[in-house]
Design a protein around this ligand. Structure first.
Ligand code: ZN
Length: 345
């Protein structure tokens, strides 16, 4: 086989040669570029050919040598690239990982909405401890010792300290007491927070839930102020045209006391499963602060009067989003949680 034919074959071999490892690249060098390699052998053979053939082959052979050297160089560079990728453990050609936004918990969304509505009326947010003593959770709120009203709230008692029961607060009314003890009227505040009751967990009851209570104490506060404030609240929360009605009720810390219902937001009063056919849905309890409570907190009940109200955030949320099982709020099931807004404030 003459030199030209072999150069053609070797050229094809070089062009199609691939190496993924250092060993394979070295194999290429040993075959073509070392002293006993093909390139050198062809040059040795070239010396023996006639002058006429030298003229024809000289340039071809030089080009072949350059081709072999360049191929080796590019094989080495290819190895460099691969080893960099391997070292850093990162594939920079992969698409980026998207930044996933979480969503607000439905209770947080509703709590925020309630707070914003009362902020418009000048109510500030007040907070207090979740572990309370008997005085702030019961006695100051007109629940005397051994009074059956205490049985309305199944309580987690923690310990007895200096003859005083320490418990997980059963309502955020304890924050109202603390606020009145520490300050001077007028008071206009809402108290959102978590409360605890010793109840079996079911679709309709839980051992903890969330409340927003409100308190307004000033001179000449009347039941008319209470009605107007809560009327404004439901128009804002459930839309204009929502009707309210008050039913007489009993709470130890208010007199008179009432439950407030709103017209059913689903059926608009004609009756559905949500309102159990009545057209009305109960959303909160309220009343005029009992003068005893004001006096317990060092406020002159002859001069000042006030109203208070309280609602469960879960209840408001259930009505708003038609959620039928309370347990969903605390199970951290992402399929449930991700249905709510991702709005950032
Ligand atoms: Zn209805």
């Amino acid at each position: 086989m003459d030199i030209q034919t072999r150069i053609n074959e070797y050229t094809a071999e070089i062009n199609s040669f691939e190496a993924t490892t250092a060993e394979e690249t070295e194999k290429f060098r040993l075959r073509f570029l070392v002293n006993k390699g093909i390139v050198r052998a062809l040059f040795d053979e070239f010396k023996m050919v006639s002058a006429e053939e030298k003229r024809a082959l000289g340039q071809v052979l030089n080009q072949f040598k350059v081709l072999a050297e360049n191929k080796h160089k590019s094989l080495l560079e290819g190895l460099d690239d691969k080893s960099q990728v391997g070292d850093s453990d990162q594939d920079l050609t992969l698409p980026g990982r998207g930044f996933k936004l979480g969503s607000r918990h439905p209770l947080s969304l509703v709590r925020k909405e309630i707070v914003e509505i009362f902020n418009k009326l000048g109510f500030v947010v007040a907070e207090g401890p979740e572990i309370e003593d008997d005085w702030h959770n019961f006695s100051a709120l007109n629940f005397p010792d051994e009074h059956p009203a205490r049985d309305m709230q199944d309580t987690f008692f923690i310990e007895k300290k200096d003859g005083n029961d320490i418990a997980l607060r059963t309502h955020t009314s304890s924050v109202q007491v603390r606020m009145m003890e520490m300050g001077k009227p007028p008071f206009r505040a809402i108290m959102p927070g978590r409360v605890y009751r010793n109840e079996a967990i079911s679709a309709r009851a839980h051992c903890f839930f969330h409340q927003v209570e409100g308190l307004y104490v000033d001179e000449d506060v009347s039941f008319a102020d209470l009605k107007q404030t809560l009327f404004f609240f439901v128009q804002e929360l459930y839309g204009e045209g929502t009707k309210v009605r008050f039913r007489p009720s009993y709470f130890p810390f208010t007199e008179p006391s009432a439950e407030m219902d709103i017209s059913c937001s689903i059926c608009k009063g004609s009756g559905c499963t949500l309102c159990k056919g009545s057209g009305w849905v109960e959303i909160l309890g309220c009343g005029m602060v009992d003068p005893n409570v004001l006096e317990n907190c060092g406020i002159d009940s002859k001069k000042y009067s006030g109203f208070a109200f309280g609602m469960g955030i879960e209840r408001i949320t259930n009505l708003k989003y038609e959620i039928k099982d309370l347990r969903l709020f605390s199970e951290n099931d992402i399929r449930f949680l991700k249905q709510f807004s991702t709005e950032i404030i």
